[in-house]
Design a protein around this ligand. Structure first.
Ligand code: LLP
Length: 421
């Protein structure tokens, strides 16, 4: 459920009419709903009611400071994967003891910054990383709290580019080698073992792969405890999918996911951490764009928008589907045209949808891409020297620009021409 509904025939974000935002800041832009963000975060938090837990929002999905602050004020922790994300979490006021640091390639500089600034745990993904973290912690005279990310060799049954839990993926330590690596970790004076971490992939639409992974984590918890390790935290990653197409079978709800966690791991006496990203913010955001031209090709009708693949990469990168809706509500039964919806970038891959049935649209009409809040703005670039797409946050009847569109001068001023030219 989200808070983007038609009122009097006009699409609104909560109580704000989308055309009012477009008139103020121009298009394209991302717009997020505070009420939807809040609701989705709480669904996860409540799903784990009764267990000690921390919901660490995976900020790679959308990392604007205003979004982080909104979630942080609700009690969210953060899952970060780079020094930049760590800096964002801190700038949004998230205390270090609510930040977990994931990622296969943490640098020593990133480790040092997090140890100095405060960190709940590092999710360590390899033995060389373990050794590096030990050295950095010792150089600071401290111990680094860790979980080890195990790769459970489970098929997440999702798009190959976002599956992470099979042995052929680069992530984690093979679960078969976990006991040896925990023994190695326990012997390092700069390391404090806290728990186990697992994340099997993104946009999961079925609980079965989670069950398989969580059962393996449960067995490993028992084995590691028998080996003498103190396992007090289980980080179960993120990945719960969202409905991208209205009317299609919906993925499991956070409540069902929470019940599965309780069923499989609830008796371990561990604090549970989860790292949802997409489900928190995906349906809390729209990308709003204007039609530049509608043109007829030999046998296709093209709708050329002012948003492009650089603003929303998911269709070009994963063949992802996003519902596209006119901001003025179509009259029921109106004739539809099968448009190829494209952007202005000079690549055929700059195609959002092929043969998408939409009412006839004209230049300056507004359209909205649904489910664009996650992996939308964060994956945007300035390809074709198109300014980075701005972001807006709505709360009730107010809206604020939370990232402004850069001017051409700002873009040009980032470059420097060397003195010899
Ligand atoms: N934790 C870890 C360690 C992750 O790698 C990820 C996502 C998450 C949590 C959050 O997963 P989520 O709840 O958002 O599914 N750009 C792709 C998605 C990449 C996901 C990467 N890792 C897309 O647009 O579909």
């Amino acid at each position: 459920m989200d808070h983007f509904l038609y009122r009097d025939g006009i699409l609104h974000a909560e109580d704000v009419a989308i055309p009012d935002i477009a008139a103020t800041i121009g298009t394209p832009f991302y717009v997020y709903s505070t009420a939807t963000l809040t609701r989705h975060f709480r669904l996860f938090d409540e799903a784990l009611d009764g267990l000690p837990h921390l919901v660490c929002y995976a900020m790679k999905a959308a990392s604007n400071l205003a979004i982080l602050k909104t979630l942080g004020d609700l009690g969210a922790g953060m899952d970060v994967v780079s020094g930049g994300e760590y800096a964002r979490a801190k700038a949004a006021g998230i205390p270090g003891d609510r930040i977990v640091f994931s990622g296969v390639g943490k640098t020593r500089i990133e480790m040092r910054e997090a140890l100095v600034g405060g960190i709940r745990q590092f999710n360590v993904e390899s033995e060389p990383e373990l050794q590096a973290l030990n050295e950095v912690a010792l150089s600071l005279g401290t111990k680094a709290p860790i979980a080890i990310r195990v790769n459970p060799d489970v098929d997440a049954r999702t798009h190959a580019k976002i599956a992470t839990g099979k042995s052929e993926n680069k992530f984690g330590i093979p679960i078969s080698r976990a006991r040896a690596v925990y023994a190695e970790a326990a012997a390092l004076p700069g390391i404090r073992v806290m728990g186990i971490d697992v994340h099997i992939g993104s946009q999961l639409t079925d609980l079965a792969p989670y069950r398989a992974a969580f059962e393996k984590v449960g067995e490993l918890t028992d084995q590691l405890r028998a080996d003498g390790h103190e396992i007090s935290r289980l980080d179960l990653g993120g990945g719960l999918g969202i409905p991208y197409t209205q009317g299609n079978a919906a993925p499991p709800l956070p409540l069902e996911y929470g019940n599965l966690i309780k069923e499989v791991l609830g008796d371990k006496g561990c604090e549970i951490e989860i790292e949802p990203g997409r489900l928190v913010v995906g349906n809390a955001g729209l990308l709003v764009s204007s039609v530049i031209y509608a043109k007829s090709g030999e046998d296709r009708d093209f709708l050329i928008l002012d948003a492009a693949m650089n603003d929303l990469l998911r269709p070009a990168m994963y063949d992802a589907h996003h519902d596209i809706v006119p901001v003025v509500e179509p009259v029921p039964g109106v004739d539809r045209i099968a448009y190829d919806v494209v952007g202005p970038v000079c690549e055929s891959g700059d195609t959002f949808a092929r043969g998408r049935p939409l009412p006839r649209l004209s230049p300056e009409d507004l359209v909205a891409f649904r489910s664009a809040g996650a992996y939308g703005a964060v994956m945007a670039s300035e390809y074709n020297s198109r300014p980075l797409v701005p972001e807006i946050l709505v709360n009730g009847d107010q809206f604020a620009v939370i990232r402004a569109r850069p001017s051409f001068d700002e873009m040009l001023n980032r470059d420097t021409i060397p003195s010899w030219l």
